[in-house]
Design a protein around this ligand. Sequence first.
Ligand SMILES: Nc1nc2c(ncn2[C@@H]2O[C@H](COP(=O)(O)OP(=O)(O)OP(=O)(O)O)[C@@H](O)[C@H]2O)c(=O)[nH]1
Ligand SMILES: [Mg+2]
Length: 333
Amino acid sequence: MLETRTYRAESIQAALLLAKADLGPDAVIVDVRHIGPRTLRGEDGVVELIAAPAQAVVRPAETRRPVTIPGSTGDPLFLSMTALGLGPRFTEDLVRTFRRYRGTGEALRRALAGRIAHYIAVAPWLPVGGRAILALVGPTGVGKTTTALKLAATARADGFPAQVISLAGDDGHDMRLEVLARGLGVPVIRAANGTELQRALRSSTAPFTLIDTVGTNPYDPRAIAALEAALTTAPLVVCVTLPVSGDLDETLEAARRYAPLRPRALILTKLDETRRPGMALGIAERLGRPLLALTTGPSIPQDFVSASTSALAELAAWTLERLERRLRVTDRS
Ligand SMILES: Nc1nc2c(ncn2[C@@H]2O[C@H](COP(=O)(O)OP(=O)(O)OP(=O)(O)O)[C@@H](O)[C@H]2O)c(=O)[nH]1
Ligand SMILES: [Mg+2]
């Protein structure tokens, strides 16, 4: 069982300090929740942070050995979950938890969250205690620009000034970005290449910068190499951005093609454009990268959920309930 502790404070920074004082500097943040008003400038204790000691970090899924779970292979609910990309051990854990707590609402979600924390790491992305630079990379049209603006606008609402740098975007792309950003009060800088990106980062003091990269074909090694060259000029976290609305194998293969960019986090988009949003659980587990955010529609910043074990538990509960209902109907017919 993952040993976690909960800290409450008036801001994420304060809760993080409490966690680090208690668990040491390498404490791993498992979840952050706003339990009062969304803004962190509120007076009351509004943030709940769940942390674990460093040794409890989730191991990347790809390094885990495959396992055989006896007795699960003929179970239709188990099979439906593995079809969403979840590994057998993760599936078995979720299905068993679901059957034990079914119909208990909050208790089910809490129990699922406890299990999910063993398989999917979530990454709090607000720039607590320093400067954060995230570069969103991914295929064309997956929602990089929209998500960069959602992150920037959400950070601003939480009191963290944010900016977007568009890397290698063409005029049409950047004009649309600028119009959207103006409406949100988010500054935009254009950088044609790595040198301009470096210059823009040097001359900025914004605590939170989103680099919105040009859409990159995962099967074009030259385009990936060009992006790699531009991004290595700055210390930043590369986030692969992928839609959940596509084919599972294609999505996993596309993610792997971005390996030269050394991605350290994952953003999953377009959960609203599929009947199988639970695939987000499978993709996140299989890729073994900390999940940063999920997006659920085009509206900025509303259609956006920061990744947390509680959000993933909600998704798992919804998926399991829906699959079970569907299997019951098929059984009767
Ligand atoms: N339904 C839905 N639409 C989304 C979501 N995120 C973005 N979109 C829409 O998808 C389209 C493409 O979004 P962009 O943010 O421009 O995608 P991009 O990855 O920046 O695209 P390129 O810069 O061309 O590579 C736009 O119409 C967005 O409104 C989402 O979560 N759900
Ligand atoms: Mg874009």
